[in-house]
Design a protein around this ligand. Sequence first.
Ligand code: ATP
Length: 401
Amino acid sequence: MKILLFGGTFDPPHFGHLALLKNALEALQPDLALVMPAGNPPHKQAYGTPGALRYRMCSAFLRVDPRVHRCRFELDRPGKSYTANTVEYLRWRFPGCEITLAMGGDMLLSFSTWLRSDWLLGQLTLAVQSRDDEETAQLAPAAQALRARGGKVLFLKAPPLALSSTEVRQACAEGRAVDGMVPPEALRVIRRHHLYLTAKGEPKTKKEVTAEYCKKLAKRNLSAKRYQHTLNVRKLALKLAKQYGADEEKVEIAALLHDICKERPKSELLQMLRDNDIMTQNAADKPQSVWHAAAGMVYAANELGIEDPEILDAIACHTSARPGMTLVDKVLYMADMCSEDRSYPEVEELRKLLKKDLDKALIRALQYSLQWLKEEHKQIDEDSKLALRELENQYYHTQRA
Ligand code: ATP
């Protein structure tokens, strides 16, 4: 039986790992491929993500090929995870098996330092994938040295995919999107368990969530067009905050984050809402057009540690509005409706109203959007209807008084 063994810390698994596994499967055609997350890796400073979560993230490997399985041997074994022990176990479990160990070039370069490396060289074939072009030049002499000790080393021919778990953790800590780096199975666990909020593992301090930081996040997470829209919303929101006396700091942060999740796939938004249904008050059951707003709130709360309910609520209701809107909610809603990149027929009338009367402008805006949704046969969020009814009652009541 031919076994391909692929061990790693997988904190988290990324597309570089997937590519290595895929290439090794194609080149070696094993009967079985075992993905082995390390319990306590001897060569690495562990970041500290629990083994159970790393194991769960490794489910991403299963869809590469039906021959791929995860193995808990190293996770469940106390002490450091040495490949020599794992190989002994596999020899006992699958007598007579042929084992090939898939690894990145960095592992080949350090192989001589592994526990019982001489014994291992007699037990295994090493299938090596270079991780980047710079490393490639060093690999041939290292392989030669191991061959001279009786080792079998072969190189996987696919081009290197320069990516590491360290880079993914760093990106998460800086609030950058990692969708392009990790498979969805890992992304879900990262989001759900708020992994890697800082490179070192401490929760992000609130002090870091400044407007400048949020602006950087918006730039990193959004397309150029949506980033420009975000800046326009911020500009108008700050103007309205000054005019109507809203807290400018809160308005600015809410404006910069309001569309932060807008360009994420719907499936991901849905997962975020399902994972946080109490916080979002079951937003997953609402129309899809408002999911990004509730997801933006989840992002601000969970990934940035923002606790201010005025900022969180304003982000959450910027598309639908809601009953009991605060001044910050109203300012953000109208800034989003009337930012300078908006060009629908009624926008000029709303901009004029906005100069004189925030509530009246808001009522008109809600009337227009409800009417438009109706005409287009689109699902209407109950919160929008309730918001309009409440605002009309309050407004006309005040006018009569
Ligand atoms: P970290 O950045 O935390 O050190 P890592 O990205 O090196 O992590 P590991 O889980 O330590 O990931 O790696 C498991 C195995 O996958 C190792 O053999 C490693 O060399 C290999 N590997 C990791 N990334 C790549 C990549 N981009 N291309 C090829 N092999 C890789």
